[in-house]
Design a binder for this molecule. Structure first.
Ligand SMILES: Cc1cc2nc3c(=O)[nH]c(=O)nc-3n(C[C@H](O)[C@H](O)[C@H](O)COP(=O)(O)O)c2cc1C
Length: 184
């Protein structure tokens, strides 16, 4: 198999979002391991509703990314105990191309629980898309203190969980390749 392509989706478009720096760190971590990745920013997609946007080019690009992906990592904050609506709309713009691809989760929160409640909801969405959610999840609590001046996690144990999650996504990306139905 070629090196797995594992895009990272940043799932909030909120001006001033702190999840952005976390998504960059996750993206860097994946690339440092020699995997191919792309940082997909939900803010680049101008949707007027599910599957609707002012131009169709960008959603077409998102479809190409999902088609080509061997697995995904979703990075999103917890908003009112759920996931951001714009992430759900972007995910809902595609369907078949997710099937039998692993997905890992990174949640971001200013509070102590690190967005864990959001991840449990997002897992159910991933299952509906026929994705394979991996067990280790990264919960970034107190995001204001979680990254150092170089943009890396300050906590070695948080980095260890991220490495473990990426390991699992890579392992399942390779293992599930024969199980995937080619998308026409
Ligand atoms: C609309 C909204 C709802 C939020 N709900 C929660 C929440 O349920 N739990 C939580 O820990 N933080 C919540 N927060 C605070 C976020 O944890 C905080 O904004 C953090 O920086 C991550 O979000 P960001 O990427 O938008 O900055 C909420 C923030 C917004 C803007």
């Amino acid at each position: 198999m070629k090196d797995p392509f594992i895009p990272v989706i940043l799932g909030t478009a909120r001006p001033g979002r702190r999840s952005q720096v976390v998504a960059h760190h996750v993206f860097d971590t994946i690339r440092r391991r020699g995997l191919v990745s792309e940082l997909v920013d939900v803010a680049d997609y101008h949707m007027n509703g599910t599957g609707r946007e002012s131009t169709t080019t960008s959603l077409r690009h998102f479809g190409e990314v999902i088609d080509a992906a061997d697995g995904l990592v979703l990075v999103a904050p917890e908003y009112n105990h759920g996931y951001p609506g714009e992430l759900k709309m972007l995910l809902d713009s595609q369907y078949e191309a997710y099937a039998r691809k692993p997905v890992g989760f990174v949640s971001v929160s200013a509070g102590l629980l690190g967005g864990a409640r959001m991840v449990e909801q997002l897992r159910l969405v991933a299952v509906a898309l026929r994705m394979v959610p991996v067990s280790p999840a990264v919960h970034v609590s107190k995001v204001g203190d979680a990254l150092n001046e170089t943009g890396s996690f300050s906590s070695p144990s948080l980095q260890a969980v991220l490495d473990d999650m990426v390991d699992e996504v890579e392992r399942f990306a390779r293992a599930l390749t024969p199980a995937r139905i080619p998308v026409a």
